[in-house]
Write a protein that binds this ligand. Structure first.
Ligand SMILES: Cc1cc2nc3c(=O)[nH]c(=O)nc-3n(C[C@H](O)[C@H](O)[C@H](O)COP(=O)(O)O)c2cc1C
Length: 334
């Protein structure tokens, strides 16, 4: 078997662990659209062209968001190993698939708040079950807003007066996607998996089958394998947040992904759970309306519901060796 390549003076085993943790990031339908090129002095993050979702994500915005989240994990894992990560987004001299390159800036001791994030990497999962009806404290909200801010993003906490409009947009986006046979076919290829899958969403992580009366969770990951237990009701008042960036474009997508991951890891470290509600930012018309709802000056990247809940089921990941890439020739713009 091939030895895992080593970077930055770390052992092969340490480097493998760094890449494994990067691959624990969230991604649309658990498509894991990243690859890593590991050299002694450099780790490059590449988009994986075979894993893009042309119907839900035609411009690869969410692909780059997921890769940004993987980059954030990579930063944390390197820092934990004592390496100060120096990141260049969209390096100009690299292959067209390269989204970021990370070099060593010497030794670093991990900051306490980054250690908390690091420790949450393997605990963070999408929580598609109903939450408990316990409000998220003002102190926790503040921490979440700060997390987004630290990664050059901004967190809009949805106010009670905005919920009706947002709920309408989410419903509309969901209906538009489900009316598109190509969307249904694409999603069906990634869901309804058994637990021995290495990608896609297993039925065990699907959550209850959504019903039309549900307010926020509409995307059905059950693929018809499970029925909803009688009496299962979603929480009446989750914390809803919209992660936003100031700009649009490829670099901003990667920035948003790093912010998403810091936000989600802090959420986890605070004992909270979250799931994403992406249809509203995937459908261009509802994304534009959401942008107008937010005042027009920021770009909405992700809508999340956050609350209190029991630990959720992890979704599996590919073997870490399968995330490596040696040959980065072959142009693919992402
Ligand atoms: C860009 C993006 C969009 C996503 N959209 C949704 C969504 O609409 N609904 C949902 O339940 N999960 C969504 N997810 C979560 C993924 O399904 C999840 O990250 C993946 O299945 C891996 O599972 P994990 O988060 O438990 O590690 C999204 C994740 C990303 C990064």
């Amino acid at each position: 078997m091939r030895t895992f390549p080593a970077a930055f003076g770390l052992t092969s085993g340490q480097t493998e662990q760094v890449v494994r943790l990067a691959g624990m990031a969230p991604s649309l339908h658990n498509s894991q659209p990243w690859r890593f090129r590991v050299l002694p002095h450099l780790i490059e993050l590449h988009a994986d062209p075979k894993r893009h979702l042309p119907v839900a994500d035609p411009e690869d915005r969410e692909l780059r968001l997921a890769c940004g989240a993987a980059l954030f994990n990579l930063r944390l894992a390197l820092e934990q190993a004592g390496i100060r990560p120096v990141v260049t987004l969209l390096p100009r001299l690299a292959a067209a698939t390269a989204l970021a390159e990370v070099r060593s800036g010497g030794h670093v001791d991990q900051r306490p708040e980054n250690l908390r994030c690091y420790e949450a990497i393997t605990e963070r999962h999408s929580h598609r079950q109903p939450f408990r009806n316990i409000p998220v404290s003002a102190a926790d909200r503040h921490l979440l807003m700060r997390a987004a801010h630290e990664e050059q993003a901004w967190l809009h906490v949805v106010q009670p007066g905005e919920q009706g409009t947002l709920e309408g947009l989410v419903h509309r986006a969901h209906r538009a996607q489900m009316a598109d046979a190509r969307f249904r076919t694409e999603m069906a290829a990634w869901i309804g998996r058994t637990d021995d899958t290495t990608e896609g969403v297993p039925v065990s992580a699907a959550g209850p089958k959504p019903e039309p009366k549900d307010q926020w969770v509409h995307r059905d990951f059950t693929a018809g394998h499970t029925e909803r237990s009688p009496g299962t009701e979603f929480e009446s008042n989750p914390l809803l947040v919209v992660l936003c960036t100031r700009h649009s474009g490829r670099e901003a997508d990667l920035q948003a992904g790093q912010a998403l991951q810091r936000l989600w890891l802090i959420t986890t470290a605070q004992g909270l759970v979250a799931s994403m509600i992406s249809e509203v930012v995937e459908v261009p018309e509802t994304r534009e309306e959401l942008q107008r709802m937010l005042g027009g000056n920021v770009v909405p990247r992700a809508l999340l519901r956050i609350g209190h809940g029991a630990p959720s089921v992890p979704s599996p990941r590919r073997n870490v060796g399968d995330m490596l890439v040696d040959d980065v020739s072959g142009a693919f713009e992402s």
